[in-house]
Design a protein around this ligand. Structure first.
Ligand code: GDP
Ligand code: MN
Length: 380
């Protein structure tokens, strides 16, 4: 789950990270009032789940409340990477001497939280990683011991020469680590971590991604979800209890089980296609889940063919067949469908499908090839 900058800042602040104050506005008038209250030059910042807001024109300085209003009216409603800006954060502007990067990600290879810091922070950090990776220090953390004092200092020394700033950065690393661990995050990031001309070290941006599997035991974090800034298909899928991730391809995939869903996507790619989504209808499917899955997939205009890949274990393939028939009776399909099913109640499923004008396959490779051919318009 993604959260907004202002929410991540609240979490970081609560763990001791020095961050300028700020308030959220949903209208230009509110932005003006907040700027007036701060009584200084402010930064107006688009709150969307996307990086690169600065480059997209979603981060602007405003010297007066009137200017804050004007800037906010331009940023609110703006599209950044396809997401409409509905809120802005208004925060007193800091003077910047240097911009650094500090982040923690959960690294699935080392199975550890890994710190990444760079003195070359700011809006071009991706560029730094690609062209001068030696400017980034990586430090895996053993979560049994946490970030130890000498390690925090090592990170600080990689960023700064001034010992006061090194100590300030070391404390920020500890605070960031605790924020990361306490929130069930898979990523926590400060970019830029700045020094001011007076020598202070401050976090001016905050980003956090929460591991969805950590939400059940953290209701206060789960409550930070902002559905208005998520893909509508993902919101609908979550309500229907389906595990769904929207992708950019054109083969809509309906599969039971996460492993088979991954294998199906691999095979779609292998045969030259591109999956439109990851979708796991779960172990014990009922017809209603299939109806919901089809609704979500067919509402994506990119989908040019639908591929069902069902291995019936606990899942009864006749349930899936009934779901397909019910869903397509209510909403006739506008794109071709390829159905591969095998396993529990296969004979009943095939009977239901053929009686309703569908054909079913049992071979996974053949089904995937056919779906890819249909999606790319190369079907014989
Ligand atoms: P992002 O582009 O989405 O990562 O948004 P950021 O919050 O990182 O802002 C982008 C850039 O705007 C930063 O790298 C800074 O250069 C600049 N910026 C952000 N906040 C301030 C501020 O308080 N004062 C000044 N002078 N510049 C700022
Ligand atoms: Mn940033």
């Amino acid at each position: 789950m993604n959260i907004h900058e202002y929410q991540a800042k609240e979490i970081f602040r609560a763990h001791g990270v020095p961050i300028p104050p700020g308030d959220v506005a949903t209208t230009a008038d509110e932005a003006e009032q907040i700027a007036r209250r701060f009584g200084t030059t402010v930064v107006v910042k688009a709150q969307v789940h996307a990086g690169g807001r600065g480059k997209a024109g979603g981060v602007k300085l405003a010297k007066t409340p009137a200017e804050a209003k004007e800037v906010a009216s331009r940023i609110l409603g703006m599209q950044i990477k396809g997401i409409t800006v509905e809120k802005v954060l208004v925060t007193p502007a800091a003077d910047i001497a240097t911009e650094a990067y500090a982040g923690i990600i959960l690294d699935r290879v080392s199975k550890k939280p890994v710190f990444m810091v760079s003195p070359a922070g700011g809006i071009d950090i991706e560029e730094v990683a690609a062209t001068t990776p030696e400017k980034i220090m990586r430090l895996p953390i053993d979560s049994r011991y946490g970030l130890r004092g000498f390690q925090a200092m090592e990170l600080g020394f990689f960023l700064y020469k001034d010992v006061k700033q090194v100590r300030a950065a070391a404390k920020i690393m500890q605070d960031l680590y605790h924020a990361f661990m306490d929130s069930g995050a898979s990523l926590a990031e400060i970019n830029p971590l700045v020094t001011t001309p007076e020598g202070e070290v401050l976090a001016l941006d905050a980003k956090m991604v929460i591991d969805d599997n950590e939400l059940d035991r953290r209701p206060s974090i789960a409550a930070l979800r902002d559905e208005s800034s998520e893909a509508p298909s993902e919101v609908k899928a979550r309500e229907a209890n389906l595990t769904f991730i929207k992708l950019d391809g054109n083969v809509g995939c309906v599969v039971n089980g996460a492993g088979l869903a991954m294998a199906t996507m691999d095979l779609v790619k292998y045969y030259g296609g591109d999956p439109a989504n990851f979708l796991d209808i779960g172990g014990s499917s009922n017809p209603e889940k299939v109806v919901n899955a089809l609704k979500i997939i067919t509402s994506d205009p990119n989908v040019k063919a639908i591929l069902f890949n069902i291995f019936g274990g606990i899942t009864r393939t006749d349930d899936v067949a009934n779901g397909i028939v019910t869903a397509t009776k209510a909403n006739p399909l506008k794109v071709p469908i390829v159905i591969r099913l095998t396993g529990t109640n296969e004979e009943i499923a095939v009977k239901i499908l053929t009686e309703n004008g569908f054909s079913a396959m049992t071979d996974m490779d053949e089904a995937v090839k056919k779906a890819v051919a249909l999606a790319t318009g190369k079907a014989a």
